[in-house]
Design a protein around this ligand. Sequence first.
Ligand SMILES: Cc1cc2nc3c(=O)[nH]c(=O)nc-3n(C[C@H](O)[C@H](O)[C@H](O)COP(=O)(O)OP(=O)(O)OC[C@H]3O[C@@H](n4cnc5c(N)ncnc54)[C@H](O)[C@@H]3O)c2cc1C
Length: 506
Amino acid sequence: MRQEHLSSRVSSNDDERTLLQNVRHPDWRNPEPIDRYNLAIIGAGPAGMLTALSAARVGAKVALIERDRFGGTCLNVGCISSKAIIRTSRLYAEMRNAENFGAQVPTGISVEFSAVMERMRRVRARIGRRISAQRLSSMGVDVYFGEARFAGPEAIVVEGKRLRFKRALVASGARPALPAIPGIAKAGYLTNESVFDLTECPRRLLVLGGGPLGCELAQAFCRLGSQVSIVQNDPMFLGNEERDAAQILSDALARDGIGIHLNTEASNVRTEGNQKLVDLVSDDYKFTVAVDEILVGIGSAPNVEGMNLEAAGVQYDKEAGIPTNEYLQTTNPRIYAAGDVCSEHKFPHIEAAAAHLVVHNALFWGRERLSALPIPWCTYTDPEIAHVGVYVTEARAKGIPVKTFTVMMHDVDRAVTDGEDEGFVKIHVREGTDKILGATVAASHAGEMITELSLAMNAGIGLRALARVNHPYPTQAQAIKMAADAYLDTRRTPARKWLYKQWLAW
Ligand SMILES: Cc1cc2nc3c(=O)[nH]c(=O)nc-3n(C[C@H](O)[C@H](O)[C@H](O)COP(=O)(O)OP(=O)(O)OC[C@H]3O[C@@H](n4cnc5c(N)ncnc54)[C@H](O)[C@@H]3O)c2cc1C
């Protein structure tokens, strides 16, 4: 269980106070419930808030219940906080590399960690203004603060008030999964719920877990001055990604100076003075690293406890969360679930798609399916690794014939001028057609570039049409057009070439 709610921490500066005013106003008074809500939502993270907003926009009577802070993990201890410090860490990496760009910066750049964290809090407070309880309330959503519990299949109780509903959405999110490593609890460790409260940069940091969270924060802290090691129990980082993308990331982390331990597990932790000694095992090789802090990023556990889901007839699993069908209905078809409490892919923009779907399906008898949407995602390391649609291995396992068009970033002019020529764009099409099935981009701005491919997949646009899209020159996204051009080249069969030759003989 989460040991403390975020708002119980003392806010130590103006930005934190501004954030709290918006995401959990200290004087908030819950409204009186109306007779029956069209939609009652548990959790005001991205999934709950976006659904509440969409439902209110179409005129539905909506109740939104939050036990802690508006914005959930994403705003308070996830995407926003991490991206803010990643931005600063990239800047430091660029400054250290300035000479390669013909620029001079003073030697011995020193990082002022507290200023980095202050900026992060400023950014968080600014974004928090858009995500305020007051704003949602002014848009017609009844906002309740307190722990929500089902009191049967048609009612939720919060702070002694009974909210009756026609439809409900459980968007209670997830919390960091805790490691079962002997000694680690006693020695103490950080998770995403505490790492953004640090006021000093740990001199030596061990990151447990080589997924997106572990890789992003390992690189960021390394660039901010920590001596970082990362431990991953798989043979590569980012378990699901294409091997060559994961390899590019591994090389990049090693170049930054991060100690990389793949195929490795932590078996024990103990303290010695102020330091933590972590025993690591890789096959038969055992060794110990001494660090000042351990950051755990080994996945998440769904928030399913305490809501009395049994009373509502909603089945759940403590590890896998709430099972839903493709329309996001739980085992009680009038109750939906969305976001990290149930999703396989845990990203807020999936929550945006899910919000639209829940409103459509729950309030208007729609039959939209989440699986019908191509969903892109990105790991914001340097270079970034982004993906949409199927992986080659997945397609092959399903017996779908695939052809891949690859462009290396070192062949893309803008990537070369920017000194960001590492990586590739890979687009997979169904063999013999130009239909895009999936794509992986490993590049400095992969997160921006994948959107074009996502749009193409969403709109059913193939590589033939993409080849005709003019891209401003020079841009890194031109790699996508180059891949599309490569597809066109394959359409120029010897017979067609012969015909062109005859025609042009005049
Ligand atoms: C470090 C980190 C970085 C990340 N970076 C990215 C990124 O760059 N891009 C990206 O796409 N994703 C990122 N993510 C993932 C993203 O944050 C989550 O996918 C997203 O926050 C999930 O939204 P949600 O609404 O499902 O749940 P949450 O954001 O967890 O919100 C759930 C809310 O429900 C409330 N709640 C729970 N139980 C109850 C109850 N009984 N009563 C009332 N309220 C309740 C909680 O307090 C919480 O506010 C990151 C995550 C982390 C940890």
